[in-house]
Design a protein around this ligand. Structure first.
Ligand code: UGA
Length: 433
């Protein structure tokens, strides 16, 4: 099969690597670049520098078919590229704004190696206006070749990155001209998704708005969960009942220990700081963040209600990653909760199917166990932090017998409260007692 398009992908984290593998799967010739030599060396050996179901196979498949190769050289990446996707990190600055240094650096390095007409497609989450800024800078540089800048935010989730990329709800393209937008749209045509073509700032804003809307739903349902506990309602059934209204929908309405990860918290804070910079208080976004950090305290409060003093108590944690099917601990609620339990004098034993190695580095005083039973053995309480599927299939009778006290705090509302009580647990979910 002849290659459809020649594409460079700059930055090989979750987004870049998934984009590279999926664009190669669609038949394009992809050169994927990262400046981290070790990361590229790992990828060349067909291994992954991160945990993402199915991604290793996709990388190996496309590398074997010679549609995907890895490099640290901008010259090599750009030698024949018609499109250059940027998917580098935009970490948070002290003032909450997103730091675009890596995006700017990638563009500067590319500029010296452009060898023909190029469309730069930005997937990194950047402050509104960055695309236009980069475009103007490149225009001022009067390069020998035509270079366009397009915003194309990514909406994939960790843990389901490949299927989210291949089956998106929409593709958003922010471009200066219909012709350039059309060329980028063609890359996505095989996916059959609705394509929103707009200006660059609007596309950049869609990304922030989407994550802020998702985070707001989670904090709202967590606030409703709080009220449910006071009035004896069950938040899961409330979410079902409200979610059947098509205007509302059921997704992102799981009450629990709150949202974590590398995106929602950071992007809400960045949007809040944009509001502040424009001279207004981000009242709603502040509340979304405040409710979210309070959800960590809810777990500690429930433990204290059941156990009194935490000093000398043993607590088992099931799951550490910020969500299932990833080993990512960035802003994971488990980190705050573990630190607080240790501060209160409790000992903490945890099990996670994927994040143990990372957790050992971040929390040296956390004791990591080989399975959920070992984490629960001798515990005064177990807290379910992450709804990995394997926690749904446990022999809970056995778990209860192993524990010193049968207290189970279900931070993700995985279990049925009635069934848990029948099994003899002192069970506390979030918003359903
Ligand atoms: C999120 C967005 O969902 C993606 O669309 C976006 O592309 C990505 O950020 C990004 O900006 O890169 P992700 O952080 O991978 O994706 O995971 P989510 O599935 O959104 O979960 C985020 C957090 O919210 C997790 O901690 C999860 O446990 C929590 N959550 C999710 C809830 O507490 N309740 C819910 O109902 C859903």
């Amino acid at each position: 099969m002849t290659a459809l398009s020649r594409i460079a992908v700059i930055g090989l984290g979750y987004v870049g690597l998934t984009t590279a593998a999926c664009l190669a799967d669609l038949g394009n010739e992809v050169v994927a670049l990262d400046t981290d030599l070790r990361r590229v060396a790992v990828l060349r050996r067909g291994r992954l520098p991160l945990y993402e179901p199915g991604l290793a196979e996709a990388v190996q498949r496309n590398a074997a078919a010679r549609r995907l190769r890895f490099t640290t050289s901008y010259r090599e990446a750009l030698s024949v590229a018609e499109f250059a996707f940027i998917a580098v990190g935009t970490p948070e600055k002290k003032n909450g704004h997103a730091d675009t240094a890596q995006v700017i650096d990638a563009v500067a390095r590319m500029r010296n190696e452009i060898q023909g007409p190029l469309v730069i497609v930005n997937k990194s989450t950047v402050p509104i206006g960055t695309g236009n800024l980069v475009r103007r800078e490149l225009e001022r540089a009067k390069l020998a070749h035509a270079v366009d800048v397009v915003s194309n935010p990514e909406f994939l989730r960790e843990g389901s990155a490949l299927s989210d990329f291949m089956h998106p709800d929409r593709v958003v393209i922010g471009a200066e001209s219909a012709e350039v937008a059309d060329r980028v749209a063609k890359l996505y045509e095989p996916l059959g998704a609705p394509i929103v073509v707009t200006t660059t700032p609007t596309a950049e804003m869609i990304k922030y708005a989407s994550n802020a809307l998702l985070a707001t739903r989670i904090s709202l349902i967590n606030e409703i969960a709080w009220i449910c506990e006071q009035v004896g309602a069950d938040v899961k059934i409330v979410a079902d009942g409200a979610g059947l209204d098509r205007r509302i929908g059921r997704s992102m309405l799981e009450a629990g220990v709150g949202f974590g990860g590398s995106c929602l918290p950071k992007d809400v804070r960045a949007l809040a700081s944009m509001v502040r910079s424009s001279g207004k208080q981000p009242e709603l976004l502040n509340a979304v963040l405040a409710i979210n950090s309070d959800q960590r305290r809810v777990v500690i409060r429930k433990l204290r209600e059941c156990l009194g003093q935490m000093d000398g108590r043993r607590v088992g944690l099931w799951g550490l990653s910020f969500k299932p099917n990833t080993d990512d601990l960035r802003e994971a609620p488990s980190l705050d909760i573990t630190r607080e339990l240790l501060r209160l004098g409790a000992s903490v034993r945890a099990y996670d199917p994927a994040a143990s190695a990372q957790a050992r580095r971040l929390l040296p005083r956390l004791s990591i166990r080989r399975d959920p039973y070992a984490a629960a053995a001798g515990a005064d309480a177990v807290v379910l932090m992450t709804e990995w599927n394997e926690f749904r299939e446990l022999d809970l009778e056995r778990v209860r017998r192993m524990m010193r006290q049968p207290v189970l705090i279900d931070g993700r509302n995985v279990y049925d409260p009635g069934a848990m009580r029948d099994l003899g647990f002192i069970y506390r979910g979030i918003g359903r007692n």
